[in-house]
Every structure is written in structure tokens, then in C-alpha cells.
Design a protein around this ligand. Structure first.
Ligand code: PLP
Length: 325
């Protein structure tokens, strides 16, 4: 296999993550479905953000900072993973988390609970302030002498985490046709997978199912990340927006809002295969994939669903889930 010119990384994730078969679901839909378990990259420090943080935190340590600052929604998995990874490396962590009313912050549970247990400080910000997150992150980093990590860890550095994932998939599947389907929320995961397939000349089809915004927004964002990687690291991964496959029909009620039919499909997966997804990302994307397969969408087999983690966000939906069980 070709050698990939990885930048430096710290070791945070349990890799490679396993690939599991889904025998009962596969039989039910009449297609060969498998699942890449990036939800098993760790326990509290788990999910897709850990792969990105291996590269981002190495970049932070290169700059000799004493901590990191990042941002996200109230139940951000990325913020939680960043807080725990920072503690593992002896770094401080400050989080800007978006809530409806910063004057009345929510009770700390789920992801923010884990983040504060690991010593992170939280600053609640409004949706209006969140629109200026890049400036707020830069200011918070400047004040503290910290390194700023972009939303979702999705930039030219973090995306290398998913180049490594593409390399793991190549070790598992070789260069036969394959469809990889994953949730898309800030674009770094899809960007890294595309870059990895380019660097290894893999014929894999990468599909991102967006959980917010729309196709054009993500095509542009992912293209930007790939172009920045190409420039910064001198690798041949530059990609036009039109060459990036995003399915936009599964945003549903909006970011972090769940329809009962999405939760029903998550429950069905948990019951038939013992695999638990999260309502904000992996469960929504899973619902989208199954819906497309039931409608007869043609995709090369095997179809590998990338489980990106997020289990702690499940508990914010306890009530809605309980009503369906
Ligand atoms: C952040 C996240 C995603 C989306 O990944 P991006 O690289 O931001 O597109 C998917 N699933 C989970 C569980 C996440 O936390």
C-alpha cells in the first residue's frame, strides 16, 4: 500500500476500530450491510472526534500552548471529547457551548457533565453569538494562551484522522468497490475519508448524510477543507464541491431535533443487532440510509455504515425514546 505523509499525531483512540456484520438487518433489506465501529474508539473519549483530536492536539502541543478552546452545541460530542483528551494530555480546556438562553443555562448532564468532570470550563453562548464563533474562539484562545480548535475539529489538521480511517478500511476491504455512508455535521469526517481514498487510490464511494444545513453548504465546506489540506501539506486532494456526495433529505426537524420515525429506526437497530446509535448524528444518518435502501437506491455492496459515536447525547432524548419503547 502507498505510504501516506501523515503529520504528527498523539495516541488517543483505540485503533483500528472493528468492522461488524449486520446479519439481520442485511437480510431484512436484502443488501450486504456492515458497520465500522468508530463509536468504539474509546469509552468517555470515543466517537469520530477522537481521530481528529489525535492530529489537532499534536498540532496544539507543537505550538507549546497550555490548553485548548473549542465550541459546539449544548450536547456537543466534540466538546466532550476535546475536554477529556485535553485532560489526558495535561492541557486546560475551555468550551463555548450554544444554548437557547445563556442567562438560564441548562442543568449539566450528558456530554457537558463528562466535560466538566474532566476539568473543562464552560461558557454558555446564544445562537446569535454562535454565528460569530470563529472570532469568539480566537479571542478566548488569545486571552488564555490556548490553541483554538474549529467547530467539530473540522479543518485541514483534524481531517487527517479520517485519512487514517480510510487506510483502516483499505486494510479490511482492499480495493474492491465499497460504499461508505456516514453522518455529516461539520464536514471533517467526509473530507478526511475523501482525502484518504485519493491518497490510496481507493475506488470507494463516500456518502455524507447531513444532519443540518443543506447539500451546497457541506459541499463547499468539505471542498474548502480539502483545498486547505492540499495547500498546507502539499498533497493531491483538492476537490471541487460538485464532486462531493451529500444527501440532504434527512435533516428532518433540524439539528438535534428528532422525529419519532428516526428514533424507531434506531430502536430497531438496537433490538435486531445490539448496536446503539445517537439521535443527533448516527441515528439520523442510519434512518436516511435505510430509507434510501428501502426505496431501492442502488449502491455498491458491501455498504459500510460508519458509526461515529455520540452515545451520551442519547440521554437528552430519554423522554421521547421512552414513549416509543
Ligand atoms: C460530530 C459528529 C458527527 C459529524 O462529523 P463531522 O466530521 O462533524 O461532519 C457525526 N457523528 C457524531 C456522533 C458526531 O459527534
Amino acid at each position: 500500500m502507498k505510504r501516506i505523509p501523515y503529520p504528527s499525531a498523539v495516541d488517543l483512540a483505540n485503533l483500528p476500530t472493528p468492522v461488524d456484520t449486520l446479519p439481520r438487518v442485511s437480510q431484512a433489506v436484502g443488501r450486504e450491510l456492515m458497520i465500522k465501529r468508530d463509536d468504539l474508539s474509546g469509552v468517555a473519549l470515543s466517537g469520530n472526534k477522537v481521530r481528529k483530536l489525535e492530529f489537532l492536539l499534536a498540532d496544539a502541543l507543537d505550538g507549546a500552548v497550555t490548553g485548548v478552546v473549542t465550541c459546539g452545541g449544548e450536547q456537543s460530542n466534540h466538546a466532550r471529547a476535546t475536554a477529556i483528551a485535553a485532560a489526558r494530555l495535561g492541557l486546560g480546556c475551555h468550551l463555548l457551548l450554544r444554548v437557547a438562553d445563556p442567562q438560564q443555562p441548562p442543568a449539566i448532564s450528558g456530554n457537558p457533565l463528562l466535560a466538566t468532570m474532566a476539568g473543562a470550563s464552560i461558557e454558555w453562548i446564544s445562537a446569535e453569538q454562535y454565528q460569530h464563533r470563529e472570532r469568539l474562539l480566537a479571542e478566548a484562545a488569545e486571552q488564555r494562551g490556548y490553541y483554538a480548535i474549529a467547530e467539530g475539529g473540522s479543518d485541514a489538521v483534524g481531517a487527517w484522522g479520517y485519512v487514517r480511517c480510510a487506510e483502516e478500511l483499505a486494510a479490511e476491504f482492499g480495493d474492491r468497490p465499497l460504499t461508505i455512508v456516514t453522518a455529516c455535521g461539520s464536514g471533517g469526517t467526509v473530507a478526511g475519508l475523501i482525502a484518504g481514498c485519493r491518497l490510496l487510490s481507493l475506488p470507494y464511494r463516500i456518502v455524507g448524510i447531513c444532519v443540518c444545513d443543506d447539500r451546497a453548504t457541506f459541499q463547499q465546506r468539505i471542498s474548502d477543507i480539502l483545498n486547505q489540506m492540499a495547500q498546507r501539506y502539499d498533497v493531491d486532494v483538492a476537490t471541487e464541491p460538485e464532486g462531493i456526495e451529500i444527501w440532504e433529505d434527512y435533516v428532518g426537524l433540524g439539528y438535534a431535533l428528532s422525529r419519532d420515525e428516526e428514533l424507531q429506526e434506531m430502536l430497531a437497530l438496537a433490538r435486531s443487532e445490539g448496536i446503539v446509535t445517537d439521535p443527533v448524528y448516527s441515528g439520523k444518518a442510519w434512518f436516511g440510509l435505510l430509507n434510501e435502501l428501502k426505496r431501492g437506491r442502488s449502491l455498491a455492496s458491501p455498504i459500510v455504515f460508519l458509526h461515529t459515536g455520540g452515545i451520551f447525547g442519547l440521554f437528552a432524548k430519554s423522554e421521547q425514546l421512552r414513549s416509543l419503547i
